[in-house]
Ligand binder design. Sequence first.
Ligand SMILES: Nc1ncnc2c1ncn2[C@@H]1O[C@H](COP(=O)(O)OP(=O)(O)OP(=O)(O)O)[C@@H](O)[C@H]1O
Ligand SMILES: [Mg+2]
Length: 247
Amino acid sequence: MSKILAFTNQKGGVGKTTSTANVGAGLARAGQRVLLVDLDPQANLTKGLGLVEAEQNVYGALLGEYRLKAYPLHENLALVAGSSALSGFEKVKGDELDREFLLKELLEPVRERCDYILLDCPPALGLVTLNAYACAQALYVPLEAQMYAADGLEKVLELVGRVRRRLNPELSVGGIFFTRHDGRKVLRRETAEELRALYPGLVLTSFIRESIALGEAPHLGQDIFTYAPQSAGAADYQALVAEILTR
Ligand SMILES: Nc1ncnc2c1ncn2[C@@H]1O[C@H](COP(=O)(O)OP(=O)(O)OP(=O)(O)O)[C@@H](O)[C@H]1O
Ligand SMILES: [Mg+2]
């Protein structure tokens, strides 16, 4: 039975999509069967992994127009495409009784066939994100290393508490990790330390450096292990994958 991990932060541009793609690719290379699901109307995960023409996407499947379609990318790695139409999800489904559980239902039949399902959440805490939290076992929260990021984090953690009580008692925070770490800039060292003190056990040891290759890879439709296996970005995501596998 697969473990469902959601990459989430309502703050934009912190590395959710980059992390979903590269943690997914790393897990697949480690022999895990991985399904990625693009839940963002921007569909950056889909484009960034080179899927250009996906006729069947997660939105149509959520609406029951067709069955869930996973496009194979590599050995052990497949992707459910995103769609700009997802931005209308809340409007279309917002009044339905089971509106928070539509994704859970959709993923149920494929859970036997994979070890990990990774959800790339949009930068908002709306109905799509609630659907992700309602079916995930663990949330992974990327934070931009150079910024004071705790306010964004608090909102996520507050929502986790509510979701646990009302929708999904199994939900936990798998980890918080820093991305886009730039050694040339002065790191707000206290950010990492304050967060470690505030949330003991939640801040991961691995962090992701700012790396040109990580920014380039999605433009070529590739994950970092395919595009630049010797890069710092590949090494950092490899370490993150190893840490996630132990949790
Ligand atoms: N470690 C890194 N080094 C260099 N560039 C990075 C790194 N991580 C992410 N980027 C780049 O930063 C931008 C934002 O990253 P990404 O799309 O992963 O963030 P996001 O949290 O998914 O954003 P959104 O909230 O818009 O969905 C992208 O252009 C990505 O290629
Ligand atoms: Mg994104």
